[in-house]
Each structure stands twice: as C-alpha cells, then as structure tokens.
Ligand binder design. Structure first.
Ligand SMILES: Nc1ncnc2c1ncn2[C@@H]1O[C@H](COP(=O)(O)OP(=O)(O)O)[C@@H](O)[C@H]1O
Ligand SMILES: O=P(O)(O)OC[C@H]1O[C@](O)(COP(=O)(O)O)[C@@H](O)[C@@H]1O
Length: 305
C-alpha cells in the first residue's frame, strides 16, 4: 500500500481571465475548484492508474469537509485528521501566464503529528510513504525527517527549502525537486544540466537514494549513486502546469508498482508530468500511455559533467 501525507492540503481554485490588472476589479471567465496539495495530487493520479493509496494529513473547517467529500466521491481513501481552523484555498490564475497565490496553513500542533504517526503504525513494513508539500509553519522544519525516521517505510519526499534539506539525513528513497528547488537547496541561483547533475549528486551524497530533477520543458534527470539518466520532455500545448510535479511522483511510483525498473519508471514519470501539463486538470492514464513512446531516456555523458 502507498500512504500519501499532505500536511497542508488546499482547495485549488482555478480562474481564467484575459488579463490580471493589479489594483483593479478583475473578472474571471471560468472558475473551477478541485482538491489540491501535493500528496493528494499523487493519490489522485495513482487512482487513475488503478493504484490504491491511503491519504493522510490534516483537514479543517468547511474547506476541509469539501476536500474529504470530493476525494471520497472520487473513490479515494481519505483518512485525514480534523484540526481546528480552515484548510487553505490556493488561487491559480490563468492569463497568458500562470500566477499562483497559495493561502496560509491553519495552525497545526505537534499532537496532530503524533496522531499521524499512530495512523502510520498500521502500515506494513513493505508499504511506501509519500511526504509531499509545504509544512504548516507551526510545525518544526524537521517534521518530515522525524516522521521518516520513526517509520520503517521506504519514503518519498517532495518538498523544498529547509524541510527538504533536513529530510535528506533520513535517507529517503526518492526526492523530486524542480530545478529551482534543487538550486535553492544548495544556495545557488541557477544551474544548467551539468550543474544540476552536480547538485543532484550532492543530494545523493547527503542521503537521497534517487533524485528526480524536473526542469520544466527542458529535460529531466534521474540521479542515483551509480548513474545519471537524462530524458527529453515531450512537446505540446500547455494548459496548466499545476500538479505536473506531483504527477511525476505518481508516474514514477506507478511505473515501479507495475513492476518496471527505475529507468522505465522515470519514463512514466515524465509522461505523467507532461500529460498533466497538457491537460486542464490532472493527467488521464490514456494520455500518459499516448505520450510514453515519445519519452526516451539516455545515460548522461560522464565526460561533460
Ligand atoms: N512546457 C512544458 N512542456 C512539456 N512538459 C512540461 C512543461 N512544463 C512542465 N512539464 C512537465 O511537467 C514536469 C514538471 O514540471 P516542473 O515545472 O519542472 O516541476 P514542478 O511542477 O514540480 O514545478 C516536467 O518534468 C514535464 O514533464
Ligand atoms: O504545499 P505547497 O508547496 O504550497 O504546494 C501546494 C500546491 O501545489 C500543488 O500540489 C501542485 O504542485 P506541483 O505543481 O508542484 O505538482 C497544488 O495542488 C497546491 O495548490
């Protein structure tokens, strides 16, 4: 079984408008509200691949109730813990560009993390744990590391900044930084492909078994102690990149769950990320399957590192 943890879920409220004028009343032509948050998106995509997961994390208020209703109606196992406050709303504004305003997290006390750990005690040692998204600021920055260290489960961590840096020492099976998150992790402004490989290798030296680096339309890398793989990303028309990174995590896990080795799971990951970027919402299995043949993976040339 796969457990996904979303400590700071959201309702993602998508609005389309021709332009966004600061300081004016803007009117949207379209509006759509969907469950959001990184672990939740991973579970929603896995479900499209007929892979079950248990969704853990914290929900609050009527927005939290909406989340649980929607996810349950979709056939997902939403086992969230209710907390005081209000699950946030994240605005996703689509003009010619994508602008995001993510709401603040409710305050979550340490007691709720203890309750989450109790729920994880039910997991089997062969289960997989996905810790995804930002941490509520009321929790210590090493919360993911603490959870990963307290469970015997193989762990995937998809977060950024200090929580990611701290989680590395818990030796996660996989981390999935985008290029900005990877460069920020090591205090750099930017990195080209060889720079990204160097930084991903640092992350491996610091504890990650596999580092899946997404670089938007440019390429993606899968770096582990013994090899570096690079893949080109399919081209297509972008509808919304919200959830594309989460779809990569889900695609990778779906590939593994279907018995494929990591290099093939890497292909699934890119096909899923791009399928979401080319869709209005999260990817369909059908589009992922259509894109798969166009994703080729190569060993990264060592001499150019
Ligand atoms: N312009 C694009 N064209 C094709 N695929 C894209 C594009 N932007 C994103 N993707 C897909 O989404 C994945 C994740 O995108 P990226 O922006 O790097 O990560 P994140 O969503 O985590 O910030 C990419 O690896 C790729 O598969
Ligand atoms: O927890 P964070 O970092 O604020 O991110 C939450 C947001 O990220 C998403 O999970 C999408 O993430 P990606 O685009 O990186 O896949 C949204 O659903 C959500 O609004």
């Amino acid at each position: 079984m796969i457990y996904t943890v979303t400590m700071n879920p959201s309702i993602d409220c998508f609005m389309e408008l021709s332009e966004l004028v600061e300081g004016a009343t803007n009117r949207a032509s379209e509006q759509r509200m969907v469950p959001g948050g990184k672990g939740i998106n991973v579970s929603r995509v896995l479900h499209r691949f007929d892979i079950g997961s248990i969704l853990l994390g914290f929900t609050a208020g009527f927005t939290g109730a909406f989340l649980k209703e929607e996810l349950t109606a979709e056939g997902l196992q939403a086992h969230f813990t209710d907390t005081p406050g209000m699950t946030r709303i994240n605005m996703k504004l689509k003009t010619a560009k994508e602008t995001e305003v993510n709401g603040p997290s409710p305050e979550i006390s340490q007691d709720y993390v203890s309750e989450l750990l109790r729920k994880l005690e039910l997991a089997d040692k062969d289960d997989l744990l996905v810790l995804s998204g930002s941490l509520p600021p009321s929790l210590p920055a090493d919360t993911y590391r603490t959870i990963a260290e307290k469970t015997p489960l193989k762990t995937v961590v998809d977060t950024s900044g200090i929580p990611l840096q701290k989680a590395l020492s818990a030796r996660p099976y996989l981390i999935k930084p985008n290029i900005d998150e990877l460069t920020a992790l090591y205090g750099q402004e930017s990195a080209d492909t060889s720079g990204a490989v160097l930084l991903a290798r640092k992350a491996v030296a610091d504890g990650a078994k596999n580092v899946l680096v997404s670089r938007g339309a440019e390429s993606a890398l899968l770096v582990s102690a013994d090899r570096v793989l690079e893949a080109a990303v399919p081209s297509g028309t972008i509808h919304s990149t919200v959830g594309a990174g989460d779809s990569m995590v889900a695609g990778f896990l779906a590939g593994l769950a279907n018995g494929h080795p990591p290099e093939e799971a890497f292909r699934w990951s890119i096909a899923a990320g791009s399928a979401t970027a080319f869709s209005e919402s999260l990817c369909s299995k059908k589009l992922v399957e259509e894109l798969l043949p166009s994703v080729s993976v190569n060993e990264y040339k060592e001499e150019s590192v």
